[in-house]
Design a protein around this ligand. Structure first.
Ligand SMILES: Nc1ncnc2c1ncn2[C@@H]1O[C@H](COP(=O)(O)OP(=O)(O)OP(=O)(O)O)[C@@H](O)[C@H]1O
Length: 264
């Protein structure tokens, strides 16, 4: 049986899962997100953009790890910039950072349990929720294996398990498919599609095929700004034979970025 988290029973009083207006976020001294306007709701949103576009910095702001330097940002109806106590909001979030730490001697189960505890899940639901999350990422047979003995792809799957353990309303995944083998990537796409039915999922990736296969919406960033937002099919339709790429969606990506840069 699926564990029902506190956030699921809370009333929806917000129009959008994520809403950013003229958002500015620093990475070090650099304004890595610089005037971003974006709204996201239920579904799987693929976050694309060249190296340094500001994807990780945006994810960090949405995850409430870094405070915005300016503009507005609301997540699940809560004002991220102005609010001091973000604990309640964090209970409804799931976040897989690009690089994440863990105690190497923890087993997969202990790692995911620990993260569930940090998210303040009720004690009684944690064992069941952990088991379910570990199963969903295909690590049930490794649940009692120490983190330090896992392969890179398995560590990433454990990272995905901790991100989804609380059935988040907003799930933020920064390059989740790095290191996954092809079979795991296919299963991961199914997992994303399932979660995106009733949650807002934002997945950053350089693998444009993952976006075409698993996402309902594409968000393209460049230099900290929103370049384009639409469906994968609409992005594919933007490309032509003259654009770089091995697939229609890659060609669409190249075309949109090129048009934006030449207009800027
Ligand atoms: N700690 C830092 N100090 C200064 N500049 C930084 C810092 N972290 C990131 N940046 C800069 O901020 C910009 C955005 O970085 P960010 O990591 O958000 O981009 P990204 O789109 O996730 O890139 P990638 O695709 O390479 O992961 C880049 O120009 C980067 O060099």
């Amino acid at each position: 049986m699926r564990a029902v988290s506190a956030t699921e029973t809370a009333p929806d009083t917000y129009a959008w899962a994520v809403r950013a207006g003229d958002l500015r976020v620093r990475a070090g001294r650099h304004l890595a997100v610089d005037g971003l306007d974006l709204t996201l709701d239920t579904g799987v949103h693929g976050l694309l953009g060249p190296n340094g576009a500001g994807k990780t910095t945006l994810m960090r702001a949405l995850a409430t790890v870094v405070k915005p330097a300016g503009g507005t940002l609301t997540v699940l109806g809560a004002d991220v910039a102005g609010r001091r106590d973000l604990r309640m909001l964090r209970r409804g979030l799931g976040y897989l950072p690009q690089h994440f730490g863990f105690y190497p001697r923890f087993t997969v189960r202990e790692f995911v349990e620990y993260m569930a505890w940090l998210k303040e899940m009720p004690k009684s639901v944690i064992p069941g929720a952990v088991q379910r999350a570990v199963e969903r990422v295909g690590l049930a047979d490794r649940a009692d294996t120490k983190m330090k003995t896992l392969s890179g792809g398995m560590v990433r799957r454990a990272g995905i398990a901790q991100a989804i353990v609380n059935d988040p309303r907003v799930l933020l995944l920064d390059e989740p498919t790095v290191g996954l083998d092809p079979e795991q990537r296919m299963e991961f796409r199914d997992l994303l599609r399932g979660i995106g039915v009733d949650a807002c999922v934002l997945v950053s990736t350089h693998l444009v095929e993952d976006v075409a296969a698993a996402c309902t919406d594409v968000v393209l960033l460049d230099q900290g700004r929103l370049v384009w937002q639409g469906t994968p099919e609409q992005l594919s339709a933007r490309g032509g034979v003259e654009n770089a790429g091995d697939s229609a969606i890659e060609r669409g990506y190249s075309a949109v970025l090129r048009a934006y840069r030449s207009a800027a």
